[in-house]
Design a protein around this ligand. Structure first.
Ligand SMILES: C[S@@+](CC[C@H](N)C(=O)[O-])C[C@H]1O[C@@H](n2cnc3c(N)ncnc32)[C@H](O)[C@@H]1O
Length: 246
């Protein structure tokens, strides 16, 4: 292993550990608020619509949290595996699946960077509001792995905050509207601007990239019929299909 590879592996492991700590602490409050957050619900619904699920389909939800997307998909497919770095989230997923009477849901507490599935074994890989937490090289690696797991005709659908650091006009509109909103809140808002600037610009916790960057990753992974759809505020959905007939 070269020094660069060693350093890359170390920062990757550090990011996984940071996400695990952060989301184990926040699991209960996410579960409390996410189900009724109107923006989030809109994105989840759009991911499900773009996935075009069919009865009998085998689905995987990356970064499933406590089941916001997994449990919407469950009645529409044969089975769905929710994967999350946080074991607290996976425990909540199991509780929520039981309460919903969903018997085709399985949870796995594993970081997506370490997830290994058989090639051409999955019909749908979906994810919502997760991958902006990954380093850019890990985002591309996950898209490539997901493409390899898909059967011909299978779909990868990712919903997430999608904006870059200002090189595209959509980025500038999103950043501008966030700053204006926070400025209206007075000193508390100024504090949030400073906090978000460090989160987004220094890319510690949040590392969103633009819709066009996602489209490029999907195409580089060999997916076709790739489309990016803005949904609400900074949220968008990108969909692609594994070539070949199903
Ligand atoms: C903002 S929550 C979204 C949860 C859910 N998908 C939803 O739509 O409400 C982000 C989720 O991503 C998970 N996550 C973060 N990094 C991850 C990683 N490297 N591998 C798997 N899950 C990860 C977190 O534990 C958390 O549950």
């Amino acid at each position: 292993m070269t020094e660069t590879e060693r350093r890359t592996a170390k920062t990757g492991a550090a990011n996984i550990a940071r996400q695990r700590r952060f989301w184990n602490r926040r699991a209960a409050s996410w579960d409390h608020g996410a189900w009724t957050n109107p923006g989030l619900v809109q994105v989840v619904d759009r991911v499900v619509a773009e996935a075009a699920p069919s009865p009998g389909a085998v689905a995987v939800d990356i970064g499933c949290g406590s089941g916001q997307l997994t449990l919407k998909l469950a009645p529409l497919v044969g089975s769905v595996t929710g994967v999350d770095v946080s074991s607290a989230m996976i425990e909540l997923l199991a509780d929520n699946a039981r309460n919903a009477g969903a018997t085709n849901v399985t949870g796995r507490a594993v970081p997506v960077e370490h997830l290994d599935l058989a090639p051409a074994s999955i019909d749908l890989v979906v994810s919502n509001y997760v991958l902006h937490h990954l380093r850019d090289e890990d985002k591309a690696a996950v898209v490539a792995k997901a493409a390899s797991w898909l059967r011909p005709g299978g779909r990868l659908v990712i919903g997430d905050m999608m904006f870059g650091r200002g090189s595209e006009s959509r980025d500038r509109e999103i950043i501008g509207s966030k700053v204006r909103l926070m400025l209206r809140r007075g000193p508390a808002g100024w504090w949030r601007i400073a906090k978000n600037a460090s989160r987004y610009l220094l890319r510690f916790q949040e590392r969103p990239v633009s819709m066009s960057a996602w489209v490029a990753m999907f195409r580089a992974a060999g997916l076709v019929e790739v489309e990016a759809i803005p949904v609400v505020n900074e949220a968008a959905v990108v969909r692609g299909t594994k070539p070949g007939s199903s």
